[in-house]
Design a protein around this ligand. Sequence first.
Ligand code: AMP
Length: 291
Amino acid sequence: MIANNGRLKIAIQKSGRLTEDSISLLRACGLEFEFQKQSLYSPCRNFDLDVLALRDDDIPEYVQDAVADLGIVGENIVREKRAQVEIVTKLGYGHCRLTISVPQRSTIRSVSQLNRKRIATTYPSTLKQFLRARRLKAEVIELSGSVELAPTLDVADAICDIVSTGTTSRVNGLRPLHVVLSSEAVLIANRQTLKKSAKKLLIERLAIRISGSLQARGKRYMMMNAPLTAVPRLKRIIPSLKSPTVVPLAEEGMVALHSVVAEDVFWDVMERLKKAGASDIIVVPIETIIT
Ligand code: AMP
């Protein structure tokens, strides 16, 4: 029995692809908890929140039924379970695509050619919905795993399965035909809890922390010194959030410039800034950005 003690409950995948990133995200929000996948509950020491370790397939339904108030799960599972939950925000990890693929040698070249064909999947609900919307009559073969083997075993003419890098498909001689759904990890919430005042406030506080930590992801804080006369030149190089902060230094005619830059461009930006007159360039990680 899960205690209903007014504390917020967030369900995350017990053990799997999303587990590590979900724990890191919560810890980056300043939440302190020991996560043990063997135990259902991990109470948070510095926030009114318990982290529940559950099978990801069960998370949408548990959130819908208020067993947990919040959940972190792949959007693919939320859609498949047709759960009546609110998607609060996308979380930027666990990217994958629910894709229809056919064997390399197949004559099927377009979605319309799937009519009257057999498609194997572990996502029957999403696939049936897709076929209905396209007015296609295909036989949906429900499997519980190893879907990629179905064409080789002549159980199906096509498959509808999760793909991220495409390696499994290639190894099994499959060619992608159509992306049914692009997915990533999402934060979901129980609709009633979102309306209740006591927990609503806690959810809002947590949501601000999550969005701050997502904003900070892939960004660095850059500081440098430069002659005041170089500022217009440097400003053109710095791709900052808004405009860089310029602070006068004790030394006459010298300033410090501070700015946020994306991780993937900062080496390039740093070299150009140096050439344009900047010195003592320091780059530090950012924990959170609250806009
Ligand atoms: P798993 O731990 O394999 O049950 O995967 C958990 C979730 O990770 C899935 O429901 C998807 O949302 C996401 N995911 C990302 N890449 C993949 C992939 N290559 N195969 C399966 N799931 C993936």
